[in-house]
Design a protein around this ligand. Structure first.
Ligand SMILES: Cc1cc2nc3c(=O)[nH]c(=O)nc-3n(C[C@H](O)[C@H](O)[C@H](O)COP(=O)(O)O)c2cc1C
Length: 205
């Protein structure tokens, strides 16, 4: 699909066809495509929890302000951003190091990432969310390209979800993404107001 068509086709879909599943192969393809997203040092500080089970989705829906799409979509992805993904000893960090770095660079790398993302809690939080957010965006475009529909959600009880699903402390949950196919006959409204380039340029130097 032409990228311009993907941009237009991707919408936050409220009503999914509960009868139409997203098979594992398709979901894997979406994740593989999404993994091409950029990230700080290519650390890829994100993980995904996949919800397919009806009971677990119902539990998640209760914690997401009872949004029906959480149970109607065949798949809901919980996107996790790793706040400690820059830190030596953390799994994200060590996986990256193993695949993409050589031991002689370790000291430099440990100190550089600590200097950039480890100065206070807010920068660690930003690190997790900017990277996981870019991943999430790529995922939604990849899904759209494959004929799927998605809906990102941050309307949920973060602490409630953390407790109910035993999410380790190092992860923040920037959003849930419902994935599936739009309900047949769904009337998709035209895209809402968008800032024009003039609106969005705060300053030009
Ligand atoms: C991070 C994020 C969180 C969102 N959370 C919710 C949500 O909890 N519930 C909801 O109905 N829509 C949610 N939305 C959808 C937005 O309202 C929607 O993307 C926006 O109105 C633009 O519409 P479009 O995505 O169809 O272009 C969220 C979108 C984003 C990016």
């Amino acid at each position: 699909m032409d990228f311009k068509d993907i941009l237009i086709r991707r919408r936050a879909i409220n009503f999914f066809d509960p009868e139409r599943n997203v098979d594992d192969a398709t979901l894997r393809e979406v994740l593989e495509e999404a993994a091409k997203a950029p990230s700080s040092f290519n650390l890829q500080p994100w993980k995904v929890m996949v919800f397919r089970n009806k009971e677990r989705k119902a539990e998640l829906r209760k914690l997401a302000f009872d949004q029906p799409k959480v149970s109607e979509a065949p798949v809901v992805l919980m996107i996790l951003g790793d706040r400690d993904g820059w830190r030596e000893g953390n799994q994200t960090f060590e996986d990256f190091f193993e695949h993409a770095m050589t031991p002689d660079k370790r000291e430099w790398f440990v100190n550089t990432t600590k200097g950039l993302y480890g100065t206070n809690e807010m920068v660690g939080q930003a690190f997790a969310n900017k990277n996981a957010g870019l991943f999430a965006m790529s995922l939604m475009y990849a899904a759209s390209d494959l004929g799927l529909h998605t809906h990102p959600m941050d309307g949920f009880d973060h602490d409630g979800i953390r407790a109910a699903f035993d999410i380790p402390d190092n992860y923040w949950i920037p959003m849930l993404i419902a994935v599936g196919y739009a309900k047949p006959g769904l009337d998709i409204h035209p895209k809402g107001w968008r800032q024009s380039p003039d609106d969005m340029i705060l300053r030009t130097y």
